[in-house]
Design a protein around this ligand. Sequence first.
Ligand code: DGY
Length: 324
Amino acid sequence: MGDKPVVFATRKLPEAVEARLVRDYEAILNPDDKLYTADELVEISAGADAILPCHTEKFTAEVIARLPERVKAIANFSVGYDHVDTAAAKQRGIIVTNTPDVLSDATAEIAILCMLGAARRATEGVALVREAGWKDWSPAFMVGTQTTGKRFGVIGMGRVGQVAAKRARGFDMAVHYTKRSRLDAETEAALGATYHATIEELLPQCDVLSLHCPATPETTGLLNAERIALLPKGAIVVNTARGAVIDDAALIAALKSGHVAAAGLDVFNGEPTDIHPEYRELDNVFGLPHIGSATLETRDGMGFRALDNLDAIFAGKEPVDRVA
Ligand code: DGY
């Protein structure tokens, strides 16, 4: 190895991102895109000054404790960093960064797709066409929920939530939101958004509820049975944040009773292989495989942003997206 810092990219990255990584660093790449075990992560990190992981790699306190002294940074290829125990990283003096902003548009697009897919019964519709079960048309056929002009509620009005709200305004929806700290008056006015001080006050105002909060110990199971009961009957639930913010049993019960008309979900507890089996069976679930940020432009943007953070760290500067 030469003089350049060694960066271990845990997954195969977009071509342009790998090209810059290889140009500026000694890169340990993963051309087969293998999902490494915790032991493999620790083993391969032995020669690295920094790690560039995705949310698919879990940097628990135990894994972080086993990382070699040499590792100075975990520069995530993700805005969410619930897969990294930031307290453990901080304790070891490992800098942790994420990639905000660059994926807001792409993820908001998927939130709108989830809203429409759920509201307009896309799971059933796609199955009818693909499985040749479409035999007839009548005024009662495949009638769903119209979203135009309805109320779009946001929990977690951060970057993605704000873009999703802006897109929902394109459907003439009235935006309602709650957030730990209220938006400034100008931003609120630009979004035409109505603020609610608590989740409990927001929920009765949501014909569509879109979740955009990070997964933290405080938000785990945030959408539980008590809160779902506060939604108007026939509401649509959208989740493009993290599966952990939903109590699956409670949502599934509400989807079965019809209290929640449908859900559009891009993220799941136990994803990808151990999601609640009933999500696969219910017709009123429109499910996607965690593709919020999956556009070429965005994935390039995420990679470049992670590299910008590494460049700052190795230049002895403060990385702009430091989270620990
Ligand atoms: C993110 O950036 O957090 C996306 O969910 C992909 O990991």
